[in-house]
Design a protein around this ligand. Structure first.
Ligand code: FE2
Ligand code: FE2
Length: 187
């Protein structure tokens, strides 16, 4: 369904950013000097794209639509979906806090300390996206009827329009630039 496809499509640049972050961590661990502004640019990408654009749509459009449709389902399905949503929301909160903590450590007196939280952040973003694709989106497609799904797709488009095409392009350019520097062969 269109709503799942649009979320899955946005997981791709998030995964690309995770690969860049992992490379930054490896470089820092090998003793190479840390370019705080480049790492910060990646964290800014994650803040605006992964959180403000992507996670916000899941939290304000998809999750509430799923909760609303649960009253018509069996108690078991209702319980499973509620638990799944709670778990994913906890991970969104953890992502936000890891981005913030990594940024603080990056600009502290010992920027090398950023590697621990950056590694946790990379792992969480990647496992979270895989879990949504494996469990949440198929479940949502099963639960929501086609008119609810169409309504979701429309509301996602409206949220994207509010986020702005120019801002999205700017963030994607930022990611490409970081990829060309940290993953020269892939860019
Ligand atoms: Fe999510
Ligand atoms: Fe997601």
């Amino acid at each position: 369904m269109e709503f799942s496809e649009s979320f899955i499509k946005e997981h791709a640049p998030i995964r690309r950013a995770v690969i860049v972050l992992e490379r930054m961590v490896l470089e820092a661990e090998s003793g190479a000097p840390i370019d705080r502004h480049a790492v910060n640019a990646l964290l800014i990408f994650l803040h605006y794209f992964a959180d403000v654009c992507h996670q916000a749509k899941e939290e304000t459009i998809l999750f509430p639509a799923l909760r609303e449709s649960l009253s018509l389902k069996s108690a078991q399905v209702e319980d499973d979906v509620r638990k799944q949503l709670e778990h994913l929301l906890t991970e969104h909160t953890a992502d936000r806090s890891l981005i913030e903590q990594t940024q603080l450590e990056l600009f502290s007196e010992n920027p090398n300390e950023f590697v621990g939280n950056a590694r946790k952040l990379a792992h969480l973003l990647s496992s979270h996206a895989s879990e949504e694709e494996r469990v949440l989106f198929p479940l949502a497609e099963e639960i929501l009827n086609s008119s609810q799904a169409q309504d979701l797709a429309m509301r996602i488009q409206e949220a994207d329009a509010r986020f702005g095409c120019a801002q999205r392009t700017l963030l994607m350019d930022m990611l490409k630039e970081l990829e060309s520097r940290y993953l020269p062969k892939a860019a």
